[in-house]
Design a protein around this ligand. Structure first.
Ligand code: SF4
Length: 417
């Protein structure tokens, strides 16, 4: 039997899809990238934005056409939208065989075994890459007013330390070099008293693991002991993605982010004092209900003052069943687009200037891929660095002298080694 899996959404979904893929491979199924060849189709869905739901329904339309051609096709829908719109999916797409929400993903084996024989186990393995996401916690209970995650994924649950370490050891044995510890708010990881700092120390002792990153951080829970650990632990990368969302106190309060801009700024100062080489990137939401021009100017100024190495900028769109859905979405789309473009231009300028400081410096990079004689790599600060090479250096750590810098990437020459 062959299976096809399509994933929409964040890295948590990518990681869940990896687990489903691993399970189906060891159960004797073969993976295909061609949906018409498949006997089983899995769609992993997202509900954070309307566009993700729209994409899921449009993909479901394609699966429906496939089921008409092949009535024996088994169709499973999983993930956040499956949690939140379970009934709606079943009503609109009668051809779907099973629907499994994000909270129940660990029941995938039971759900699929009703339709296919998964009794025998073979040793097939998913091909892993240089880096691998590892989910260390599920769910969130912060209830940011714009976010649907706490409703679809439920409250935080930290995964057991041994389970995480065993999973990472398995990846290290297969050649994975970099681990990204994943959760909606990794800073509140706590499994029977083991926090993220202690977990990172344990991960850094695993043979073969050269780099550790975390995603996503929450400013209100970023602890001093974690800052100290990042500063002294060579395996923990010097890059922190720390979503700010807005620099207006009024907007932050309506977002229910539970920190003030002043707290955020102090945290950044503390991090930069202890880890001078750190690259801090962030998320901003533009046009949240009630965002005035002055609020936006504050965010624009803060993004400049705080010298973010990169920004992910989102235009606010209301999500049903969130608190912010009741607020009036009163910033016009044209204004959102204009603010988005002003902030993006500024952010690209800042990133380019920061990256230009690397010119003539030698950076230690981990090579992720090799295409047409060019190695694609990243330094500890997570900046993409390209260099020419006659050899495929994927998975290796090498030194590269930087000679060109742009907003999103740099170019250089590999040093003799
Ligand atoms: S921290 Fe806020 S934005 Fe992030 S998942 Fe939780 S509720 Fe959503």
């Amino acid at each position: 039997m062959k299976f096809f899996i399509e994933t929409i959404g964040c890295q948590m979904n990518v990681n869940d899809s990896d687990k489903i893929t691993d399970y189906l491979l060891i159960s004797g199924l073969e993976q295909t990238n061609d949906m018409p060849e498949a006997d089983l189709v899995i769609l992993n869905t997202c509900s954070v934005r309307f566009s993700a739901e729209h994409k899921a329904y449009s993909f479901l339309g394609r699966i429906g056409e496939q089921k008409e051609k092949n009535p024996n096709l088994i169709v499973g829908i999983v993930g956040c939208m499956a949690q939140y719109a379970h009934k709606e999916i079943k009503r609109r797409c009668k051809f779907v065989d099973f629907v499994l929400g994000a909270k129940e993903i660990d029941k995938f084996a039971d759900a699929v075994s009703k339709f296919i024989n998964t009794e025998y186990v073979i040793s097939a393995k998913r091909q892993v890459g240089v880096f691998q996401y590892v989910t260390i916690m599920r769910g969130c209970q912060n209830f940011c007013s714009y976010c649907i995650v706490p409703y679809v994924r439920g409250p935080e649950i930290s995964i057991g330390v041994d389970e995480i370490l065993n999973e990472i050891t398995g990846y290290a044995e297969q050649g994975v070099k970099e681990i990204i510890l994943l959760g909606q708010n990794v800073n509140s990881y706590n499994y029977h008293g083991t926090n993220l700092t202690e977990l990172s120390q344990k991960v850094s002792k695993i043979d073969g693991i050269k780099r550790i990153r975390f995603m996503t951080n929450h400013p209100k829970d970023f602890s001093d002991d974690l800052i100290d650990e990042i500063a002294v632990n060579d395996k923990i990368c010097k890059h922190i993605h720390l979503p700010l969302q807005s620099a207006s106190e009024a907007v932050l309060s309506r977002m229910n982010r539970k920190y003030t801009y002043e707290n955020y700024k102090l945290l950044i100062d503390k991090i930069r004092n202890k880890i001078p080489k750190i690259n801090i990137t962030s998320d901003i939401i533009i046009g949240f209900p009630g965002e005035t021009d002055k609020d936006f100017q504050n965010t624009l100024k803060a993004s400049k003052d705080l010298k973010f190495g990169g920004l992910f900028i989102f235009k606010y769109s209301p999500r049903p069943n969130t608190k912010a859905y009741k607020f009036q979405d009163n910033v016009l789309l044209g204004t959102k687009k204009e603010r988005h473009s002003i902030l993006l231009d500024q952010s690209m300028d800042i990133s380019k200037k920061l990256n230009e400081q690397y010119i003539n410096r030698t950076e230690e990079v981990l090579v992720d891929a090799y295409v047409d004689g060019v190695c694609e790599s990243r330094n500890s600060q997570n900046i993409k660095i390209f260099f020419n090479s006659d050899n495929n250096m994927t998975g290796q750590i090498v030194n590269v002298k930087i000679n060109k810098a742009f907003a999103n990437s740099m170019f250089g020459d590999m040093c003799e080694y």
